[in-house]
Design a protein around this ligand. Structure first.
Ligand SMILES: [Mg+2]
Length: 371
Protein backbone atom coordinates (compact mmCIF):
# COMPACT_ATOMS: atom_id res chain seq x y z
CA UNK A 1 0.00 0.00 0.00
CA UNK A 2 1.37 3.44 -0.87
CA UNK A 3 0.44 6.93 0.31
CA UNK A 4 0.23 9.52 -2.35
CA UNK A 5 1.11 12.72 -0.44
CA UNK A 6 2.93 15.55 -2.07
CA UNK A 7 6.30 16.38 -0.36
CA UNK A 8 5.07 19.71 1.05
CA UNK A 9 2.15 17.99 2.76
CA UNK A 10 4.47 15.26 4.18
CA UNK A 11 6.76 17.89 5.74
CA UNK A 12 3.74 19.71 7.10
CA UNK A 13 2.47 16.52 8.84
CA UNK A 14 5.94 15.71 10.26
CA UNK A 15 6.39 19.27 11.57
CA UNK A 16 2.89 19.13 13.10
CA UNK A 17 3.66 15.88 14.93
CA UNK A 18 6.98 17.28 16.27
CA UNK A 19 5.26 20.45 17.52
CA UNK A 20 2.52 18.47 19.27
CA UNK A 21 5.10 16.18 20.97
CA UNK A 22 7.22 19.15 22.15
CA UNK A 23 4.14 21.04 23.37
CA UNK A 24 2.86 17.96 25.25
CA UNK A 25 6.27 17.53 26.87
CA UNK A 26 6.49 21.19 27.93
CA UNK A 27 2.94 21.25 29.31
CA UNK A 28 3.60 17.98 31.15
CA UNK A 29 6.84 19.29 32.60
CA UNK A 30 5.22 22.58 33.63
CA UNK A 31 1.98 21.29 35.11
CA UNK A 32 2.53 17.57 35.62
CA UNK A 33 2.53 16.10 39.09
CA UNK A 34 5.74 14.97 40.67
CA UNK A 35 4.77 11.35 40.11
CA UNK A 36 4.18 11.88 36.42
CA UNK A 37 7.54 13.59 36.13
CA UNK A 38 9.17 10.80 38.05
CA UNK A 39 7.70 8.23 35.68
CA UNK A 40 9.24 10.19 32.83
CA UNK A 41 12.61 10.32 34.64
CA UNK A 42 12.36 6.63 35.38
CA UNK A 43 11.66 5.89 31.72
CA UNK A 44 14.55 8.00 30.51
CA UNK A 45 16.74 6.43 33.14
CA UNK A 46 15.97 2.83 32.21
CA UNK A 47 16.28 3.68 28.53
CA UNK A 48 19.38 5.84 28.81
CA UNK A 49 22.73 4.49 27.63
CA UNK A 50 24.76 3.05 30.49
CA UNK A 51 27.37 5.79 30.40
CA UNK A 52 24.88 8.66 30.27
CA UNK A 53 24.68 11.02 33.22
CA UNK A 54 21.77 9.89 35.34
CA UNK A 55 19.83 12.24 37.59
CA UNK A 56 20.14 10.64 41.04
CA UNK A 57 16.92 12.26 42.27
CA UNK A 58 14.88 10.67 39.51
CA UNK A 59 13.21 8.11 41.75
CA UNK A 60 12.09 8.28 45.32
CA UNK A 61 14.53 6.87 47.79
CA UNK A 62 14.10 6.01 51.44
CA UNK A 63 16.60 5.54 54.23
CA UNK A 64 15.85 2.78 56.70
CA UNK A 65 17.33 3.08 60.17
CA UNK A 66 17.15 -0.24 61.97
CA UNK A 67 17.61 -1.02 65.61
CA UNK A 68 19.40 -4.35 65.28
CA UNK A 69 18.77 -5.37 68.87
CA UNK A 70 15.05 -5.86 68.12
CA UNK A 71 13.83 -9.37 67.35
CA UNK A 72 12.89 -9.18 63.66
CA UNK A 73 15.27 -6.45 62.49
CA UNK A 74 16.73 -8.71 59.78
CA UNK A 75 13.26 -9.45 58.39
CA UNK A 76 12.44 -5.75 58.27
CA UNK A 77 15.47 -5.04 56.07
CA UNK A 78 14.52 -7.66 53.47
CA UNK A 79 10.85 -6.62 53.62
CA UNK A 80 11.86 -2.98 53.10
CA UNK A 81 13.92 -3.89 50.04
CA UNK A 82 11.01 -5.88 48.60
CA UNK A 83 8.38 -3.20 49.33
CA UNK A 84 10.56 -0.45 47.81
CA UNK A 85 11.12 -2.52 44.67
CA UNK A 86 7.42 -3.35 44.40
CA UNK A 87 6.40 0.28 44.91
CA UNK A 88 8.84 1.57 42.27
CA UNK A 89 11.23 3.22 44.73
CA UNK A 90 15.01 3.00 44.57
CA UNK A 91 16.58 0.38 46.89
CA UNK A 92 16.56 1.85 50.41
CA UNK A 93 19.75 3.03 52.10
CA UNK A 94 20.14 0.83 55.15
CA UNK A 95 21.59 2.19 58.38
CA UNK A 96 21.94 0.49 61.72
CA UNK A 97 22.01 1.87 65.22
CA UNK A 98 24.84 0.78 67.49
CA UNK A 99 25.77 1.04 71.15
CA UNK A 100 27.59 4.30 70.34
CA UNK A 101 24.87 5.72 68.06
CA UNK A 102 21.25 5.28 69.11
CA UNK A 103 20.11 6.89 65.85
CA UNK A 104 21.30 10.52 65.69
CA UNK A 105 24.48 9.84 63.71
CA UNK A 106 22.82 7.63 61.10
CA UNK A 107 19.89 10.06 60.81
CA UNK A 108 22.42 12.82 59.96
CA UNK A 109 23.87 10.57 57.25
CA UNK A 110 20.38 9.85 55.89
CA UNK A 111 19.66 13.60 55.72
CA UNK A 112 22.94 14.23 53.90
CA UNK A 113 21.93 11.59 51.34
CA UNK A 114 18.81 13.71 50.63
CA UNK A 115 16.39 10.82 50.87
CA UNK A 116 12.65 11.41 50.53
CA UNK A 117 11.79 9.76 53.84
CA UNK A 118 13.73 8.46 56.82
CA UNK A 119 12.10 5.28 58.08
CA UNK A 120 12.79 4.14 61.63
CA UNK A 121 12.43 0.45 62.41
CA UNK A 122 12.71 0.39 66.15
CA UNK A 123 11.01 1.38 69.36
CA UNK A 124 10.22 4.77 70.84
CA UNK A 125 13.86 5.20 71.88
CA UNK A 126 15.20 4.91 68.33
CA UNK A 127 12.35 7.07 67.04
CA UNK A 128 13.27 9.76 69.56
CA UNK A 129 16.92 9.72 68.48
CA UNK A 130 16.02 10.06 64.79
CA UNK A 131 13.31 12.65 65.51
CA UNK A 132 15.89 14.81 67.28
CA UNK A 133 17.69 15.15 63.93
CA UNK A 134 14.61 15.44 61.68
CA UNK A 135 12.92 18.08 63.86
CA UNK A 136 12.78 21.36 61.97
CA UNK A 137 13.62 19.77 58.59
CA UNK A 138 11.15 19.01 55.81
CA UNK A 139 12.22 15.35 55.56
CA UNK A 140 9.41 13.19 56.90
CA UNK A 141 9.85 10.31 59.32
CA UNK A 142 8.28 6.91 58.64
CA UNK A 143 7.78 4.39 61.44
CA UNK A 144 8.00 0.60 61.45
CA UNK A 145 7.17 -0.20 65.06
CA UNK A 146 9.25 -3.11 66.39
CA UNK A 147 9.81 -1.89 69.95
CA UNK A 148 8.39 -2.90 73.31
CA UNK A 149 5.74 -0.22 73.74
CA UNK A 150 5.52 1.41 70.29
CA UNK A 151 3.63 4.24 71.96
CA UNK A 152 4.10 6.85 69.23
CA UNK A 153 2.92 4.39 66.56
CA UNK A 154 -0.19 3.66 68.67
CA UNK A 155 -0.94 7.35 68.94
CA UNK A 156 -0.60 7.87 65.18
CA UNK A 157 -2.60 4.77 64.14
CA UNK A 158 0.38 3.13 62.45
CA UNK A 159 -0.16 -0.64 62.19
CA UNK A 160 1.85 -2.56 64.75
CA UNK A 161 2.00 -6.12 63.49
CA UNK A 162 2.23 -5.71 59.72
CA UNK A 163 5.69 -4.41 58.80
CA UNK A 164 4.93 -4.41 55.08
CA UNK A 165 1.97 -2.13 55.70
CA UNK A 166 3.95 0.10 58.03
CA UNK A 167 6.50 0.38 55.21
CA UNK A 168 3.86 1.29 52.65
CA UNK A 169 2.57 3.96 55.00
CA UNK A 170 6.14 5.24 55.32
CA UNK A 171 6.46 5.46 51.52
CA UNK A 172 3.05 6.70 50.40
CA UNK A 173 1.41 7.85 53.62
CA UNK A 174 0.22 11.33 54.41
CA UNK A 175 2.71 13.82 55.94
CA UNK A 176 1.33 14.91 59.29
CA UNK A 177 3.07 17.81 61.00
CA UNK A 178 3.13 16.91 64.68
CA UNK A 179 4.51 18.60 67.78
CA UNK A 180 7.85 17.75 69.30
CA UNK A 181 8.39 18.00 73.04
CA UNK A 182 11.59 19.43 74.48
CA UNK A 183 13.14 18.76 77.85
CA UNK A 184 16.08 20.40 79.60
CA UNK A 185 17.54 18.70 82.64
CA UNK A 186 19.26 21.83 83.92
CA UNK A 187 18.77 25.60 83.49
CA UNK A 188 21.39 25.92 80.79
CA UNK A 189 21.46 22.27 79.75
CA UNK A 190 21.08 20.77 76.29
CA UNK A 191 17.67 20.51 74.74
CA UNK A 192 16.48 16.90 74.47
CA UNK A 193 13.50 16.16 72.29
CA UNK A 194 10.72 13.69 72.96
CA UNK A 195 7.75 12.51 70.92
CA UNK A 196 5.63 10.84 73.59
CA UNK A 197 6.28 11.62 77.26
CA UNK A 198 8.97 12.82 79.58
CA UNK A 199 8.64 12.02 83.25
CA UNK A 200 10.30 12.78 86.52
CA UNK A 201 10.05 10.49 89.55
CA UNK A 202 8.20 7.21 89.82
CA UNK A 203 7.68 6.52 86.13
CA UNK A 204 11.34 7.22 85.35
CA UNK A 205 12.41 5.01 88.25
CA UNK A 206 10.32 2.21 86.73
CA UNK A 207 11.97 2.70 83.34
CA UNK A 208 15.39 2.66 84.96
CA UNK A 209 14.57 -0.58 86.78
CA UNK A 210 13.12 -2.31 83.71
CA UNK A 211 15.92 -4.28 82.16
CA UNK A 212 16.29 -4.81 78.42
CA UNK A 213 16.23 -8.53 79.17
CA UNK A 214 12.86 -8.28 80.92
CA UNK A 215 11.54 -6.11 78.07
CA UNK A 216 12.46 -8.71 75.47
CA UNK A 217 10.95 -11.54 77.55
CA UNK A 218 7.87 -9.87 79.01
CA UNK A 219 7.17 -7.08 76.53
CA UNK A 220 5.52 -4.08 78.14
CA UNK A 221 4.47 -6.21 81.14
CA UNK A 222 8.09 -5.72 82.20
CA UNK A 223 7.15 -2.15 83.13
CA UNK A 224 4.39 -3.41 85.40
CA UNK A 225 6.78 -5.81 87.06
CA UNK A 226 9.30 -3.04 87.69
CA UNK A 227 6.45 -0.75 88.72
CA UNK A 228 5.25 -3.11 91.41
CA UNK A 229 8.74 -3.04 92.92
CA UNK A 230 8.72 0.75 92.90
CA UNK A 231 5.22 1.57 94.21
CA UNK A 232 6.26 1.93 97.83
CA UNK A 233 8.32 5.07 98.14
CA UNK A 234 8.32 8.57 99.57
CA UNK A 235 6.77 11.51 97.73
CA UNK A 236 9.15 14.33 96.82
CA UNK A 237 8.72 18.04 97.38
CA UNK A 238 8.52 19.85 94.06
CA UNK A 239 7.69 23.31 92.76
CA UNK A 240 5.89 23.27 89.42
CA UNK A 241 5.61 26.41 87.27
CA UNK A 242 3.13 26.28 84.40
CA UNK A 243 3.51 28.80 81.54
CA UNK A 244 5.94 30.88 83.63
CA UNK A 245 3.22 32.27 85.89
CA UNK A 246 1.15 29.63 87.66
CA UNK A 247 3.10 28.05 90.51
CA UNK A 248 2.22 25.01 92.58
CA UNK A 249 4.09 23.39 95.45
CA UNK A 250 3.32 19.75 96.05
CA UNK A 251 4.56 16.43 97.31
CA UNK A 252 4.49 14.15 94.32
CA UNK A 253 5.60 10.75 93.13
CA UNK A 254 5.69 11.63 89.45
CA UNK A 255 5.31 14.53 87.04
CA UNK A 256 4.79 13.53 83.41
CA UNK A 257 4.69 15.89 80.43
CA UNK A 258 3.01 14.33 77.41
CA UNK A 259 2.82 15.14 73.72
CA UNK A 260 0.32 12.31 73.26
CA UNK A 261 -1.42 10.18 75.84
CA UNK A 262 -2.36 6.72 74.66
CA UNK A 263 -0.38 3.84 76.21
CA UNK A 264 -0.39 0.08 75.78
CA UNK A 265 -3.52 -1.90 76.58
CA UNK A 266 -5.85 0.95 75.68
CA UNK A 267 -4.76 3.02 78.69
CA UNK A 268 -5.25 6.74 78.14
CA UNK A 269 -2.78 8.28 80.55
CA UNK A 270 -3.52 11.77 79.19
CA UNK A 271 -7.02 11.42 77.70
CA UNK A 272 -7.12 14.90 76.17
CA UNK A 273 -3.59 15.09 74.83
CA UNK A 274 -3.46 15.97 71.15
CA UNK A 275 -0.21 15.53 69.25
CA UNK A 276 -0.59 18.63 67.11
CA UNK A 277 -2.29 21.18 69.35
CA UNK A 278 0.94 22.94 70.37
CA UNK A 279 0.25 22.09 74.01
CA UNK A 280 1.80 19.86 76.60
CA UNK A 281 -0.45 17.83 78.92
CA UNK A 282 1.15 17.60 82.35
CA UNK A 283 0.09 14.86 84.75
CA UNK A 284 1.01 15.10 88.43
CA UNK A 285 0.70 11.89 90.41
CA UNK A 286 0.77 12.31 94.18
CA UNK A 287 -0.30 9.25 96.18
CA UNK A 288 1.15 9.08 99.69
CA UNK A 289 0.67 5.37 100.29
CA UNK A 290 -0.16 2.11 98.57
CA UNK A 291 -3.91 2.61 99.17
CA UNK A 292 -3.87 5.95 97.36
CA UNK A 293 -2.30 4.25 94.33
CA UNK A 294 -5.65 2.50 93.94
CA UNK A 295 -7.20 5.96 93.55
CA UNK A 296 -4.54 6.86 90.99
CA UNK A 297 -5.29 3.67 89.03
CA UNK A 298 -9.04 4.42 89.19
CA UNK A 299 -8.47 7.97 87.94
CA UNK A 300 -6.37 6.76 85.02
CA UNK A 301 -8.73 3.92 84.10
CA UNK A 302 -11.67 6.31 84.48
CA UNK A 303 -9.88 8.72 82.12
CA UNK A 304 -10.01 11.74 84.40
CA UNK A 305 -9.23 14.74 82.26
CA UNK A 306 -8.40 17.22 85.05
CA UNK A 307 -8.42 16.43 88.74
CA UNK A 308 -8.64 12.79 89.78
CA UNK A 309 -7.86 10.93 92.99
CA UNK A 310 -4.26 12.00 93.70
CA UNK A 311 -3.82 12.97 90.06
CA UNK A 312 -4.00 16.30 88.30
CA UNK A 313 -3.73 17.11 84.58
CA UNK A 314 -3.09 20.57 83.17
CA UNK A 315 -2.47 21.82 79.65
CA UNK A 316 0.31 24.35 79.13
CA UNK A 317 2.97 25.50 76.72
CA UNK A 318 5.85 25.26 79.14
CA UNK A 319 6.39 23.72 82.53
CA UNK A 320 9.33 23.84 84.92
CA UNK A 321 9.67 21.35 87.77
CA UNK A 322 12.13 21.97 90.58
CA UNK A 323 12.60 19.22 93.10
CA UNK A 324 14.16 19.25 96.54
CA UNK A 325 15.49 15.74 95.98
CA UNK A 326 17.27 14.26 93.00
CA UNK A 327 14.83 12.23 90.90
CA UNK A 328 15.03 9.85 87.95
CA UNK A 329 14.09 11.20 84.50
CA UNK A 330 12.83 9.28 81.49
CA UNK A 331 12.51 10.47 77.91
CA UNK A 332 10.02 8.42 75.84
CA UNK A 333 10.59 5.43 78.08
CA UNK A 334 14.37 5.56 78.16
CA UNK A 335 16.12 6.37 81.43
CA UNK A 336 17.94 9.70 81.12
CA UNK A 337 19.72 9.96 84.45
CA UNK A 338 18.71 11.97 87.50
CA UNK A 339 17.97 15.64 88.06
CA UNK A 340 16.43 18.20 90.39
CA UNK A 341 15.33 20.43 87.52
CA UNK A 342 13.22 19.65 84.46
CA UNK A 343 11.91 22.22 81.98
CA UNK A 344 9.57 21.03 79.22
CA UNK A 345 8.11 22.84 76.21
CA UNK A 346 6.55 22.12 72.84
CA UNK A 347 7.76 22.88 69.31
CA UNK A 348 4.47 23.07 67.40
CA UNK A 349 4.30 21.02 64.18
CA UNK A 350 8.08 20.67 64.12
CA UNK A 351 8.29 17.25 62.46
CA UNK A 352 6.49 15.53 59.61
CA UNK A 353 5.48 11.95 60.33
CA UNK A 354 4.04 9.57 57.74
CA UNK A 355 0.57 8.42 58.79
CA UNK A 356 -1.90 6.23 56.88
CA UNK A 357 -4.11 7.87 54.28
CA UNK A 358 -7.86 7.16 54.31
CA UNK A 359 -7.34 4.81 51.38
CA UNK A 360 -4.58 2.92 53.22
CA UNK A 361 -6.71 2.60 56.36
CA UNK A 362 -9.47 1.10 54.23
CA UNK A 363 -7.10 -1.34 52.53
CA UNK A 364 -5.61 -2.42 55.86
CA UNK A 365 -9.10 -3.05 57.25
CA UNK A 366 -10.10 -4.97 54.13
CA UNK A 367 -6.97 -7.12 54.35
CA UNK A 368 -7.66 -7.94 57.99
CA UNK A 369 -11.22 -9.01 57.15
CA UNK A 370 -11.54 -12.79 57.53
CA UNK A 371 -12.23 -14.63 54.28
MG1 LIG B 1 -0.36 18.26 72.70
Amino acid sequence: MTFDLDPAMTWFVIAGVIIVVIAAFLVGARFGSRRALDRLHRYSRTHAPADAEVDPTARYRAALIVNRTKANAENIISTARAVCRFEGWDPPLIFETSPSDSGEGVAEQALEAEVDVVIVAGGDGTIRAVASVLTGTSTPMGIVPIGTGNVLARNLDIVLDKPEWALRIALWGHNRAVDVGTARLSRDGDRNVFMVMTGLGFDAEVMAKTTADAKSKLGWLAYLEAGSRTLVGRPSHVKITYDEDYRVSARVRSVIGGNCGKLQGGIQLLPEAVIDDGLLDVLVVSPKNLGQWVGVAASIIGRKTTKGLHTDIRKCRTVVIESRETLDVQLDGDPAGTTRYLAMAILPGAINVKVPTTEQRREIRAEAWPV
